[in-house]
Ligand binder design. Sequence first.
Ligand code: ADP
Ligand code: MG
Length: 619
Amino acid sequence: MAIIHVLSDEVTRRIAAGEVVERPASVVKELLENAIDAGARRLFVRTTGAGEELIEVRDDGKGMSREDVELAPRNFSTSKISSADDLLRITTYGFRGEALASISAVSRFELVSSERSDGEGWKVSIDGKSIVTSEPASHERGTTVRVRELFFNTPARKRFLKSPLTERKRILETILSFALILPDVEFHYVDDNRHVLDFLPAPSWRERVASVLGGTTMHHVVPLEGEAGALKVRGFVSLPAYTRTNRMQQYLFVNRRAVRERTLLGALQDAYRNVIPFKRFPVAVIALDMPPDAVDVNVHPSKMEVRVRDERMLFNVVRRAIKQSLSAESESTLSVTVDPKPRREDATDPAGRAGVASTGSEAHDLFGAGPRENANVISLQERIKDAYSEYVLRHQPPERSPFNPQLSLKTTEPMEKTREAVEEWRRRGLGDDALFWQFNAAYIFVQVRGGIVVVDQHAAHERIIFDTARKQIAEQSPVSQQILFRIRLDLSLAELEAFRGSREVFEKLGFDLEPFGGKSILVRGYPQGLRNWDEGKLLLQIFDDIVQDRLPGDTVADRIAASFACRSAVKAGKKLNLEEMRMLADQLFSTENPYSCPHGRPTIHRISLDEVERWFHRR
Ligand code: ADP
Ligand code: MG
């Protein structure tokens, strides 16, 4: 008897679903692709429960007949290709005929469509296995797909989903990516009854790109243009002084399809070589247009990857175009710069730029007011990279696992001694004759009874600010200071989301913020005593931390407090005077847990006199 059998339709659909439908955002992507393929000019996306409860996509495309509504969710059913040759000239997003089949296999699925102007249409619903109802339904010309209870019958897949916050972010990113490349299409997105975005058809590509990236970022990008034969490159790339810590703000398109394409990523990276620091990434929106037969789109189930036939040419064209845009821009900046005190980031020497970022410190005045910067909202972001590199350096994941028994053995004894020193300090306070010395502009050596305590100035200050911030949030006792000249910050959509989701916490911290139409917010005040506000740069950094999800802490409040602490704490590299060192040490030792910063790194280390004497064999 044969042991091989052909799998049932239900099983094959579920297998295919595994490849196509990884998470709610993949559903959104497939449905938007279908709508655009159907010629839609207006798209409405609605989600609840981070897409797990409901994803609805409505379009005003050409719609479907009753027969097509019933056929569309079947396996390998498509209207877009019919022969294998067609695979070589694909101009639509879809062609595999798998998406609706896959989605309907793992959800409670509903498809309503009409191709008529009289509002009569047809509707089918599927419960993961087969069509449950198929009936007339009214619908304007166009199509609506509703996907409820995604993964209700595949619990394993459900478990792999990330936090609702992350899934929502991915959905938003997916929509943004379409909006970026289709400026003349209208997009609306409502999440849990809240309007997240409403993009009307944009008068120009630049304007749509600006709506997505945010006005502030837009001030730091230059347009990109290039051509070689039938290959066209267009886009926007950021100036070397404006980079990010990851590739999230890099959008690459091949024939309007969002892709991660190796050659393209390589060309982008190469164009910035030696111009931006290691592990920094430019913001980039790059769109390539080429004849459909110059690219193979049938290499990846969810079509995220494509294969371009002439990779070398692609690489060269893109790289050259970027380099030209960047050098054209630096020449024009050079010729108009009359400022006798050039800003550091305006350095035209590429090596100099890299060097600046690795020292990574802005001389903020911590305890007294420093020289005021004349930066306006626009130019301040140019210096964000300093703080970023600094942050990244400091928050690399620890190489040692906390369960390393050797490590715990080794640290027990010094830790005990550190505690003693701190207790002693708390009991007696510091004498006026205490000695302080700053080493490498980053560590404070303090002579205490029976030894020396070394304090990491940034980590220590972080701890102090974190504790104060948490207390203020808990007690709802913000001490706010109004600023004389209110400033407006133009945010990206993701940043705006971060703000909306946590506005309350910011207020408890002492920020006075207010939405200001579009994607801007108005800042009227900030926590009293804050020293490196830097015209709003600080807030943008905190939003960025939230967006990137890279904060420690169990609650939103803790995470924001941690980011606030890290961003506003004195940096390594800042010279401190005696009074500042003393104050930092005093404040640290009066916190509840002076031994580590919110990220868990140590703040102090004690070297005992015994130990020193042992070094020299006196004991
Ligand atoms: P593919 O897009 O690869 O063809 P899908 O499973 O995504 O496969 O869709 C199957 C077919 O259903 C499409 O080829 C198209 O004819 C039809 N279809 C799907 N969505 C829509 C829509 N929003 N408007 C009109 N037709 C649609
Ligand atoms: Mg499709």
